[in-house]
Every structure is written in structure tokens, then in C-alpha cells.
Design a binder for this molecule. Structure first.
Ligand code: OAD
Length: 251
């Protein structure tokens, strides 16, 4: 990095900090990139297959209906990974932002529960939570238990005997609390977009709705994303490095 690059970086960081200081109703939208430094792989760009299968193709109700044991095994593998991971400096910085700015809401596409583990409470998990089992029949929910992770196929519901499934949103299913997320976005004066490719809807539109309603948009991502075009400031870097610097003294 040249001195000129470093100066440009500092300028962007200062500009972003000014937006944050001026905001009275900030909203944060996060994606898989925020958990990358906790050791959880992102969905796109890593070329990661699981047993020669595309993980995105396993994240559908059709895949679960067709191959329940395989999909259960895939999610058990993901659960094991998440159990071994802890929130990183980005999750902690965002939880501290909420402490300092109680009007701040965090809207995440992540299902790993790491924002909650870091202490975020004003939190919307658009795609559900990996660590919850939900009954397909009676919709009863319970915390996932590690003993089920070796099961040959989905376990049964204690209440009705129906098949349990992971409490995540699969492609083609309605996204949780999306109306509330859009409402918060429409009222926001700042949206901080962290670690998302902006490819998946309706989540990406949370940033677009905020923008259309007049909010400033700050993006933190090592690469360009589909939301770069609407960003007032794009900071290129890893969330766990950038966020603590960006929010230092503001939380
Ligand atoms: P993606 O995997 O599509 O995008 C991850 C983004 O994080 C990319 O833009 C990367 O450049 C960026 N990134 C990588 N490392 C980073 C780091 N250390 N710090 C900051 N950013 C980093 O993940 P999402 O946008 O979250 O949905 O994907 C959205 C949805 O697609 C997921 O919630 C999931 C998936 O299918 C469902 O499962 C329904």
C-alpha cells in the first residue's frame, strides 16, 4: 500500500465516522463476511463444496424433502463448525455500537448466532437461526442438541412426532420479519452494510429501501458488491479489522 492509498483510506474512514456521528437512527445490515474471521466460510467466492455438492442447492425445502438424511448431515456439519467458533472483533464492535446508540438496529442474514453471542439484542435474523430445531408439522421450536448431530436423518418432534428441521430460512421460503426490517430501513438515516455480496433478496433491499428514503450508506467489504453502487463511502477491508477502527471512540 502506498502513502497515497493510506491517505485515501484514512479519508474514507473519517468520512464514514462523520456519517455515523451525525446519524440518529442507524441500521446495520450484515452478511457472511462479518463471520469470516470467526472461521465460518462465506457462501460465495470461496468455491466451497460439501461432499461435491453445492451448499446453496442443499438449502431448499425441495432438497430436504428429497434427501432428508443428507441435508440433516450437511446442517449437522455446519452446526459443529459454528459450535467451535466465537464472535470476532466485528461482532463485538457492533454490539458496543448498540450499547452506545440504543436506537440502532442490527439486521443480519447470518444464521450462526454470533451477533447474539456478542451481546446484540436489537437484532433481526432474517434467515433464522442454525442452532434451532423446528418441527415441520407443529412448528414447535427447541434449541439444537449436539447429540442429534450424528443422527441418521432428522430427529422427531417430542410433541407431535413430526420431522424436525433446522430453523433457517431456505431458498423459496418467506424471510423472517422482513416487514419490520423494511420499516426500520425506511426510517433510518444511516445504513452500515457489512460483509454481504448483496446478491440475495429481499435482504439486499433493506439497504436499497434505506437509501431511497434518504439514508447514507457505508459499506465495509474487502471487495466490491452489488451494493457498492449505492454506497456513499466504501471501505475496503475485513470487518474485524475495519469496524473496531471505524467505531473507536464512538461506542
Ligand atoms: P456471500 O457469501 O454472498 O457474500 C459474502 C461477502 O462477504 C462477500 O461480498 C465478500 O467479499 C465479503 N467478505 C469476505 N470476507 C470478509 C471479511 N473478512 N469482512 C467483510 N466482508 C467480507 O454472503 P451473504 O451476502 O451473507 O442465505 O449471502 C446472503 C445469503 O446467501 C446468506 O444469508 C445465505 C446465502 O444463501 C440463505 O441461506 C437463505
Amino acid at each position: 500500500m502506498t502513502d497515497a492509498d493510506r491517505e485515501a483510506d484514512d479519508r474514507r474512514l473519517r468520512a464514514a465516522r462523520e456519517h455515523i456521528v451525525a446519524a440518529s437512527r442507524p441500521v446495520v445490515l450484515t452478511g457472511a463476511g462479518v463471520s469470516a474471521e470467526s472461521g465460518i466460510p462465506t457462501f460465495r467466492g470461496t468455491g466451497g463444496l460439501w461432499r461435491d455438492r453445492d451448499p446453496l442447492a442443499l438449502a431448499t425445502p425441495q432438497a430436504f424433502a428429497r434427501e432428508p438424511a443428507l441435508v440433516w448431515e450437511f446442517y449437522s456439519w455446519r452446526r459443529e463448525r459454528v459450535r467451535a467458533c466465537a464472535p470476532n472483533a466485528a461482532h463485538h464492535a457492533l454490539a458496543a455500537l448498540e450499547q452506545a446508540r440504543p436506537e440502532c438496529w442490527l439486521i443480519t442474514q447470518n444464521v450462526d448466532g454470533l451477533h447474539r453471542a456478542a451481546g446484540s439484542q436489537r437484532l433481526i435474523e432474517l434467515h433464522g437461526n442454525l442452532m434451532i430445531d423446528r418441527c415441520q408439522r407443529c412448528r414447535h421450536e427447541r434449541a439444537a442438541v449436539p447429540e442429534d448431530e450424528g443422527a441418521q436423518g432428522p430427529p422427531r418432534c417430542d410433541r407431535c412426532g413430526g420431522s424436525l428441521r433446522p430453523g433457517v430460512v431456505w431458498f423459496g421460503e418467506p424471510v423472517e420479519q422482513i416487514e419490520r426490517a423494511f420499516e426500520l430501513a425506511a426510517q433510518a438515516d444511516l445504513v452500515l452494510v457489512v460483509g454481504t455480496s448483496g446478491v440475495v433478496e429481499p435482504a439486499a433491499s433493506v439497504a436499497r429501501v434505506a437509501r431511497q428514503a434518504g439514508a447514507s450508506v457505508i459499506e465495509i467489504n474487502p471487495d466490491e458488491s452489488l451494493l457498492t453502487a449505492i454506497a456513499d463511502v466504501s471501505i475496503r477491508g475485513a470487518a474485524a479489522q475495519v469496524l473496531p477502527r471505524l467505531l473507536a471512540g464512538l461506542t
